[in-house]
Design a binder for this molecule. Structure first.
Ligand code: HEM
Length: 168
């Protein structure tokens, strides 16, 4: 009754909404709230990252979105051989797809940086040493960079997904 294309299109859109919504909410609202609430925020972040499925949920939703989206792009473009890729919608979905794939890579980098911060935080007993302080600062700088990159790529991806079909 339903083709593989229509099933994967449904899965793609639902997973994409869950992923992009979660990423924007986390990066723009919850993350800054954690940063602004000192020890309480750190306690909440440690619980969120190590005791809830949040990271696995985000990476699973992102991976499903990208895999299903790649299949949709493959079918639409006759596996990268048809002129559809150079039409307005083809270019629009292509730009959105590239941004979505980059967002997923940055998402994995956020996950591994969070794990490294949690591991270093667990090592620090009492006052941190100079080396621990500078390692933590470097990890926090990396976390800011990959979070900003992830947010920008998600916004580009959802914007192009929303308008691609109307281009050209
Ligand atoms: C950021 C996450 C993403 C969201 C929220 C999202 C959302 C959507 C939505 C709502 C549509 C339907 C648009 C329409 O019919 O006009 C769509 C279509 C599509 N998406 Fe995505 N998308 C995302 C990422 C991706 C990625 C990473 C790829 C490829 C790797 C991709 C490939 C496609 C393709 C090829 C279509 C066209 C399907 C068709 O012909 O009906 N998307 N996406």
């Amino acid at each position: 009754m339903f083709s593989l294309f229509s099933v994967l299109r449904f899965v793609h859109i639902i997973a994409g909404i869950l992923w992009a919504g979660g990423a924007i909410l986390m990066n723009l609202i919850i993350g800054p709230a954690i940063g602004a609430t000192g020890d309480t925020g750190r306690q909440f972040a440690a619980h969120l990252i190590s005791k809830t499925p949040f990271t696995r949920y985000m990476l699973a939703a992102g991976t499903i979105t990208v895999l299903a989206g790649s299949y949709l792009y493959g079918v639409n473009s006759n596996w990268f051989r048809s002129g559809w890729m150079m039409t307005g919608p083809g270019i629009g979905f292509g730009i959105g797809a590239a941004a979505g794939i980059l967002a997923l890579i940055f998402g994995f980098m956020i996950g591994s940086t969070n794990n490294a911060i949690a591991a270093l935080g667990a090592q620090i007993q009492g006052k941190p040493s100079e080396a621990q302080m500078s390692a933590m600062q470097a990890l926090r700088r990396k976390q800011v960079t990959v979070t900003v990159a992830n947010t920008i790529c998600i916004i580009i991806a959802i914007s192009f997904m929303a308008v691609a079909r109307l281009l050209g």
